[in-house]
Design a protein around this ligand. Sequence first.
Ligand code: 13P
Ligand code: SF4
Length: 304
Amino acid sequence: MDRLLEKIEQLKGERNAVILAHNYQPGEIQDLADFCGDSLGLSIEASKTAAEVIVFCGVRFMAETAAILSPDKVVLLPEKTAGCPMADMITAEQLRQLKSKYPDAIVVCYVNSTAGVKAESDYCCTSSNAVAVVESLPSDKKILFVPDRNLGAFVAERTGRDIELWPGYCTTHVCITEDDINKAKEKWPDAIVMSHPECTEPVRKMSDELLSTSQMLKFVKKNSAKRYIVGTEKGIIHALKKENPDAEYIPATERAICPNMKKITIDKVIASLEELKERIVVEEEIRIRARKSLDRMVEILPSD
Ligand code: 13P
Ligand code: SF4
């Protein structure tokens, strides 16, 4: 293991590379990364890094976002098949058709979307700033929210805005059921239930806190509770333990695993740095349009 980590350090130096990892990555990948974070934090980090090469340990839309923000850098995804099923639940063509039905609406797309969909959108958002982004929009305007119906419904609940939802969803978060939360609460009645807004409505209703992954990390840092039931992808528990090792973290279900996030391995990170693969490039015409929706997002930070 030490030998592999040394190899990564050496290659990073040779390539002038930075390694970014999402909070759902396997623990050993989080540990070797230069920066771990949620989608918003990683986008900001990708846009300001001085490195020439960005190795993105996450899924394709995240690396694509980095390539949109940093076209002069080499952006690498260590496993080319690491995609996000939710991002593929709407195409640019489907969004164009939706827009033609509501020509006066403002389109907000979750960052978990393809570059083509971002290019068709007015604003991009992540789970940590979705409410702030929608609140910043003129109150008389209808909003089309794609592709996550759960995050979109959460934003509608928080803002009271008129939002047309696209029926996309996260195949991992919908594995967390009402029954899972009920059972966990019965067993640990003193625990705080923290869930991600990608969860279904019954799970959201039963949760004490609805937070993005980085908001969860901040929450356990400042909270004195001893036990948390975690309603999101299990990889976050590694990061939570680092942030506040004294508390206990109970996954709402062992099924909440994103198989795509788990495709990244140390060997693949090494191969990625050695062979500069899988390089993620976004066609320039799409990149310029997608960049506008991302720039508007990066300007609107969450209030917490
Ligand atoms: P955040 O880390 O932004 O909360 O996103 C969760 C997610 O599902 C990313 O794919
Ligand atoms: Fe996509 Fe869900 Fe995996 Fe996030 S956890 S990458 S939304 S499938």
